[in-house]
Design a protein around this ligand. Structure first.
Ligand code: PGA
Length: 249
């Protein structure tokens, strides 16, 4: 039985004040979350605040991306070790917004994945197809290509210390959720791809669903056999909604 995991991706949202109330409310509500691990990924600049408020709680935290470099003249970048300085546990890599808005290639995503893992962070590798790719019947090819970029360079065993998030791009921030059956199909496909190389890794790896997960649809998604929790954008900014989603895990 895989442990369920629910991760809030705050994206570029928050303020010192709003973070404080959100985190205090999450802390207070955690006793109602029985089955799920929980983490939040704030903008880098708030990691210090998040780490102070969440220390000694069951809620973990991490970055939304990281540099593929260790240190040096890379203006604006943040390294794996910097994330570790603030006791991050996770880091999201290859989110579709990074791929599309900041031109991150499969190759770069694989380098970031490797850098995160080498430092001891748990990468949350995002994969998912665009609407036109789904309509063209390309979903499995796209997801396989994104997965293979990491597996071919890092080896299948690397996935056992990682989390995968299936996030159909057409469902992110659009209010359009994949149906539980649509999501399950792709999750099962991902697990089969991994199982073809290593059954144990396939059984172990958590595969989260992301894309307009809300308080009112989380339970039916998370009930599917190969869905092990969620990566939550918009709904992770509201404590009550996020806690309801965590309870569904
Ligand atoms: P959303 O975002 O829940 O707002 O659709 C999910 C994500 O991008 O991780």
């Amino acid at each position: 039985m895989r442990q369920s995991l629910v991760v809030g991706n705050w994206k570029m949202n928050g303020s010192i004040q709003s973070n404080q109330s959100l985190l205090e409310a999450l802390k207070a509500g955690m006793s109602t979350v029985k089955n799920s691990e929980v983490a939040v990924c704030p903008p880098f600049i708030y990691l210090q605040q998040v780490s102070e408020i969440l220390k000694d709680t069951a809620i973990g935290w991490g970055g939304q991306t990281l540099s593929e470099q260790d240190s040096g003249a890379f203006t604006g970048e943040v390294s794996a070790n910097m994330l570790l300085d603030f006791h991050s546990k996770y880091v999201i890599v290859g989110h579709s917004e990074r791929r599309s808005l900041y031109a991150e290639s499969d190759q770069l995503v694989a380098e970031k994945f490797a850098k995160a893992q080498a430092a001891g962070l748990i990468p949350i590798l995002c994969v998912g197809e665009l609407l036109e790719q789904r309509e063209a019947g390309e979903t499995e090819n796209v997801v396989k290509r994104q997965l293979d970029a990491v597996v071919n360079s890092q080896g299948i065993a690397a996935l056992s210390n990682s989390v995968i998030a299936y996030e159909p791009v057409w469902a992110i921030g659009t209010g359009k959720t994949a149906s539980p059956a649509q999501a399950q199909d792709v999750h099962a496909f991902i697990r089969q791809q991994i199982a073809a190389q290593d059954v144990n890794v396939a059984e172990k790896v958590q595969i989260l669903y992301g894309g307009s997960v809300k308080a009112n649809n989380a339970a039916e998604l998370f009930a599917m056999q190969d869905i092990d929790g969620g990566l939550i954008g918009g709904a992770s900014l509201q404590a009550e909604d996020f806690l309801t989603i965590c309870q569904a895990g």
